[in-house]
Design a protein around this ligand. Structure first.
Ligand SMILES: Nc1ncnc2c1ncn2[C@@H]1O[C@H](COP(=O)(O)OP(=O)(O)OP(=O)(O)O)[C@@H](O)[C@H]1O
Length: 296
């Protein structure tokens, strides 16, 4: 049986009598990574606040390693990297790593932490002298210092360039293999696709979809079709009465589960099509479809 490191049941959170999280259920096993996705204001930070014991639920329960959120026994077991975190400007990378190591009973080695930070050549730089991405990398390394069982990563790769982001993804994958349980919130859907075993899409405090990134993408079978044509808008509209499409400088874009039927119809009507591309959905498309469907 899977060991549940995190279990959340019937969780409801209210602020000023307004329901912010509504009857959420989920579990996370050892070595699993879940990604919480959702548009602005969906309730992601609120959920993290509850899991960290900073906010009490109105109803339901949360347990992390069989403890209530906020329990002192959990402190050494959790690694937390929050989007809002910052550090005083004048201390160096090396000073921060030494200082934060001293907070833990069984910290990872200084060298190992430095490796996680990716700042081996910037050990003596002050926090204020680091780039946005380097600051994030340092905060990531600090979250790992106590060799935690559970990691909370809130927008971890914000401000990172593609190379730095991919390097951090590799490290997160290794941490999963070592059995760390990870709760990730991110706006980079590619990040959720690369790292998460399960994705939970939050909208107005409720999960509107959940599953593996593959399952979510497979459930949404539509593809994105794009082509170049000089056929007038009115003719395209008459051929595609039920398919929403956009046209911009002769480029037509549409999203449909029936790409081949639609293209056959256009070809049969003699529509001249150039530079055709039909691409399967990315997790981002699926996410947008889901959140737009709910809004509609
Ligand atoms: N301190 C607060 N008091 C009252 N309402 C709040 C408070 N903090 C957040 N909210 C409300 O709770 C809802 C969820 O906010 P939350 O910050 O959890 O969303 P989010 O998904 O993290 O958004 P974002 O992606 O923009 O960070 C929003 O409607 C927000 O206005």
């Amino acid at each position: 049986m899977t060991e549940h490191i995190i279990s959340v049941s019937a969780l409801t959170v209210k602020r000023q009598n307004r329901t912010i999280l509504d009857n959420l259920h989920f579990t996370v096993g050892r070595g699993e990574c879940i990604a919480i996705l959702g548009p602005n204001g969906a309730g992601k930070s609120t959920l993290i606040d509850v899991l960290l014991g900073r906010l009490a639920p109105a109803q339901g329960s949360c347990h992390i390693l069989q403890q209530q959120p906020g329990a002192s026994a959990l402190r050494q077991q959790l690694g937390i990297m929050l989007q809002s975190a910052t550090l005083p400007a004048n201390n160096t990378v090396s000073e921060y790593l030494h200082l934060f190591r001293s907070y833990y009973h069984k910290p990872i080695s200084y060298q190992h932490a430095l490796q996680f930070s990716g700042l081996t050549t910037a050990e003596s730089q002050r926090f204020s002298e680091l780039s946005g991405g380097q600051k994030q990398r340092l905060l990531f390394a600090l979250a790992l210092l106590g060799d935690p069982q559970v990691l909370f990563l809130d927008e971890p790769s914000l401000a990172m360039d593609a190379a730095m982001r991919r390097e951090m993804w590799q490290q997160i994958k290794l941490l999963k293999q070592q059995g760390k349980t990870i709760v990730l919130t991110t706006h980079y859907l590619e990040e959720a696709d690369a790292l998460a075993d399960s994705v939970f899409v939050l909208k107005q405090g409720q999960f509107i979809a959940s599953g593996s990134p593959c399952a979510l993408k497979a459930a949404d079978k539509s593809s994105r079709v794009k082509f170049y044509t000089h056929t007038p808008y009115a003719i395209l509209l008459s051929l595609l009465p039920d398919t929403p499409f956009t046209i911009e400088e002769h480029w037509v874009s549409l999203q449909t589960p029936e790409a081949s039927q639609i293209l056959q119809r256009l070809f049969a009507a003699g529509v001249q099509i150039d530079d055709l591309s039909v691409t399967p959905h990315s997790l981002e498309d699926t996410f947008l479809t889901l959140t737009e469907e709910q809004a509609a």
